[in-house]
Design a binder for this molecule. Structure first.
Ligand SMILES: Nc1ncnc2c1ncn2[C@@H]1O[C@H](COP(=O)(O)OP(=O)(O)O)[C@@H](O)[C@H]1O
Ligand SMILES: [Mg+2]
Length: 279
């Protein structure tokens, strides 16, 4: 990958505009941490880059090495090396995990992979992810625990060797050991290929392990702030309220149904309480 360039991207879901002019560039070797309160459009951005048909691009562009990504089918995007590790991986009864993985690998190769070679790679990636080989014979994600689903997403990434990987809250549902394993795999892939990452997480812990090169904060469907990794610490300690005071950007309230406790929010709440007291 040379570069992914997103310009003034507007996206609607079910007639409601969610992304309101996103500008973002990802260059080779970069690992971008995408932060932002819940419900502000982070997952929408990733799903749009991957080509989920639910997300309607109303204007703007996404170029991968100068090629128009929005004109490509999901399948073409995957073949160009774009990968999405999903926040909520779907269960696909009837599709055997190993068959799915093999088909996905073959779609990016000229000649189908030899069976022994496939199993060798599968075994090595499964070991790295601490996934039992039996899981390869089960239906894709069916009955997998939250953590198993997330580890299986990373297993796919290891086998597909994408050039641009987007990981959406890949650390949610993971215990500490699994988190370290996932982070190790992300780093392993970075060291062994020219992959670029765009990762969403609410936890400074993941970022301390995978060491992003740059941070982008999404507020109200736009990238409101970009900067260095020190922004992760700041959000961890202070939440997102400072964006309102320093940049004058009103941070729209999140959808109550999407409330989860995470970094940023607790700090935000305490900042709000402090402010209310001061009044
Ligand atoms: N498939 C969908 N159907 C309806 N609304 C959606 C869908 N995906 C996202 N949204 C809405 O878009 C907004 C942004 O959601 P999302 O991109 O998931 O935010 P984030 O990942 O930042 O938490 C929310 O209000 C959410 O309800
Ligand atoms: Mg999300």
């Amino acid at each position: 990958m040379k570069e992914l360039i997103i310009k003034d991207l507007h996206v609607s879901v079910e007639g409601k505009e969610i992304l309101k002019g996103v500008n973002l560039e990802v260059h080779p070797g970069e690992s971008i941490a995408l932060l932002g309160p819940n419900g502000h459009g982070k997952s929408t951005l990733l799903a749009t880059i991957m080509g989920n048909p639910k997300y309607e691009v109303t204007s703007g562009s996404i170029l991968l090495d100068g090629e128009d990504v929005l004109a490509m089918s999901v399948d073409e995007r995957a073949r160009k090396g774009i990968f999405l590790g999903m926040q909520y991986p779907s269960e696909v009864p009837g599709v055997v995990n190993a068959d799915f993985l093999k088909a996905a690998m073959n779609s990016r190769r000229e000649k189908p992979i030899k069976l022994f070679e496939f199993y060798r790679e599968l075994e090595s990636a499964s070991k790295r992810m601490d996934i039992n080989m039996d899981m390869a014979q089960r239906f894709l994600n069916e009955g997998f625990s939250g953590g198993e689903k997330k580890r299986n997403e990373i297993l796919q990434m290891l086998l597909l060797k994408p050039q641009f990987a987007m990981l959406d809250e890949i650390d949610s549902g993971l215990d500490v050991d699994a988190l370290v394993r996932v982070a190790d795999a992300i780093n392993y892939q970075k060291e062994n290929s020219d992959i670029a990452y765009l990762t969403i997480s609410h936890y400074a812990r993941l970022y301390s392990l995978i060491k992003p090169t740059r941070v982008a904060i999404m507020i109200n469907g736009k990238i409101a702030v970009t900067g260095g990794v020190e922004l992760i610490d700041r959000v961890d300690k202070e939440g997102y309220e400072w964006i309102k005071y320093e940049l004058g950007i009103e941070v729209a309230k999140q959808d109550a149904s999407m409330n989860t406790v995470s970094i940023g929010e607790c700090a935000t709440r305490s900042a709000i309480e402090k402010q209310a007291k001061a009044k």
